[in-house]
Design a protein around this ligand. Structure first.
Ligand code: MRU
Length: 347
């Protein structure tokens, strides 16, 4: 079974249809989002999530909202710019979201001479181009990643960097997905990924459906598994890569990289070039999203588990320093430390 597409335009182009990732794998529910507020809420609550998938969603959201506005000319340009700013403010770390929202706003500006209907059609085509480019890119990432593993490998992965987090194949999961399609066998250890359990719910579901042998493990089991020599490689995605190769990904990734270094397990980061942000010189320039404490204390429990009155600290991402990353894999190839992401983008 293949993973569902995380977002697409409605048949009339005036809304975005998503699969609600917060309900997976128990329930496959599709939502039709018509307003900017509904779209913001869907991003913020992680109904749609994963850096490249947020970029694809931003493309569709901008196309749908611009079409529904019925605007043209300078009014459309202003509307698109404001909408891009609003949607981008929903989650600050994954650069693909703002990059694609502003790509659509720029496209709208270039269409000022056209009547509303023709501008809307051109924006629809731009959004579809973002989807197609991402699908092709993820496939190329998978081909490059396959050079790092062999049939029968055991791979550890964190959070969800699979098809649901992109348009197809995923980033970190793409080599595994391609290999499985070709009859290879892999064992995967999926970390639960507290507090929102993207690993236990989404990655385990995707890899199991694709035919991998899947074991879900708690986030505190990494050192034990690696020390037993059970792991051939760690594969993770990322939300933003700085110019020097520091990579922001789901909170906990940094710790995993430290443990992998300690036990000599290769630690690979996968991303499309669209996740590289040269404006961030190092990881210190990457804005880290802070999320509500209820996600830690009560969201996935029948009753709150913590004593009343305690506080929470819930940063959603951390930054893995470049020197802990064995290679960064993009659609352009496999790149080893030290990283100059500007040169890598030029290839
Ligand atoms: O908070 P999330 O679920 O959006 O976090 C997602 C991740 O950290 C992924 O690893 C990252 O976006 C890469 S997705 C290909």
């Amino acid at each position: 079974m293949t993973s569902p597409v995380s977002s697409r335009l409605s048949p009339d182009g005036g809304a975005v249809i998503i699969i609600d990732q917060t309900l997976l794998p128990g329930e496959e529910k599709y939502l039709t989002l018509e307003t900017a507020g509904e779209m913001y809420e869907a991003i913020y609550t992680l109904r749609v999530r994963g850096a490249p998938a947020l970029g694809v969603f931003a493309g569709y959201a901008m196309a749908a909202l611009c079409k529904k506005s019925g605007l043209s000319g300078k009014a459309l340009t202003d509307f698109a710019a404001k909408t891009a700013e609003y949607l981008s403010s929903s989650r600050p770390t994954a650069v693909n979201l703002s990059r694609m929202a502003y790509r659509m706003a720029e496209k709208a500006k270039s269409l000022e001479a056209l009547p509303a209907a023709r501008a809307a059609e051109a924006l629809r085509l731009e959004a579809e181009a973002i989807f197609t480019e991402d699908a092709e890119t993820c496939r190329a990432i998978g081909e490059n990643g396959l050079t790092l593993i062999k049939d029968g490998f055991t791979v550890m992965t964190y959070c969800n960097a699979g098809p649901l987090a992109t348009s197809k194949y995923g980033t970190a999961l793409s080599p595994l997905m391609l290999g499985l399609e070709r009859g290879m066998h892999f064992r995967a250890y999926c970390f639960e990924t507290r507090p929102l359990l993207q690993g236990a719910r989404l990655t385990a579901w995707e890899l199991y459906n694709a035919g991998a042998e899947v074991n879900v493990v708690c986030d505190n089991m990494a050192a034990s598994l690696m020390s037993e020599g059970l792991i051939d490689a760690v594969f993770v995605g990322c939300d933003r890569v700085a110019k020097n190769g520091d990579a922001a990904n789901k909170i906990g990734t940094h710790g995993l990289a430290i443990i992998a270094k300690r036990f000599g397990v290769p630690f690979y980061v996968f991303c499309p070039s669209t996740t590289v942000d040269l404006k961030c010189k190092t990881g210190r320039d990457i804005v880290i999203e802070n999320r509500p404490g209820e996600e830690i204390g009560s969201l996935y429990f029948e009753k709150p588990v913590t004593p009343r009155g305690v506080g929470f600290y819930n940063p959603s991402f951390d930054v893995t320093p470049a020197e802990l990353i064995s290679a960064i894999v993009t659609e352009k190839g496999v790149f080893r430390y030290p990283y100059d992401m500007e040169r890598i983008l030029d290839k």
